[in-house]
Design a protein. Sequence first.
Length: 155
Amino acid sequence: MRAVIQRVTEASVTVDGTVVGAIGIGVVVLLGIRETDEPADADYLAEKIVHLRIFNDDDGKMNRSLLEVGGSVLAISQFTLYANTRKGRRPSFVEAASPQLAEPLYEYFVKQLHQHGVKVAKGIFGATMLVKIFNDGPVTIILNSEDRLKPRRQS
């Protein structure tokens, strides 16, 4: 799984002219799922996201987590995060999971965020969405769940 996390002051997602999810202070998570992903990938990303220290403390340093600031998550499924653009001009999405695999993993990821005590708003899986993001900082972080398998220090 791949997640693009953006720290926001507010964000919303609209489908067919109707706001289906909105948050105040928190993060927008654009989540890409590939064919080989499994629940352990969602567990890793959910844990990492809620504890990632990307919010400012009283001294203006990024030292506080989503949990510490009482922030929310707007979770958006985004298969285009697995676009392959190495050949030609049209992206290939062969690494992206099929909707039959991706949707349950996306819902599982949202459930894991809830289990950490975070309020979660979300888009509609598979819909064409308009996402409004007021990126704070700007702060944008990219996480890959495959990193959980790599040693923390390499010699």
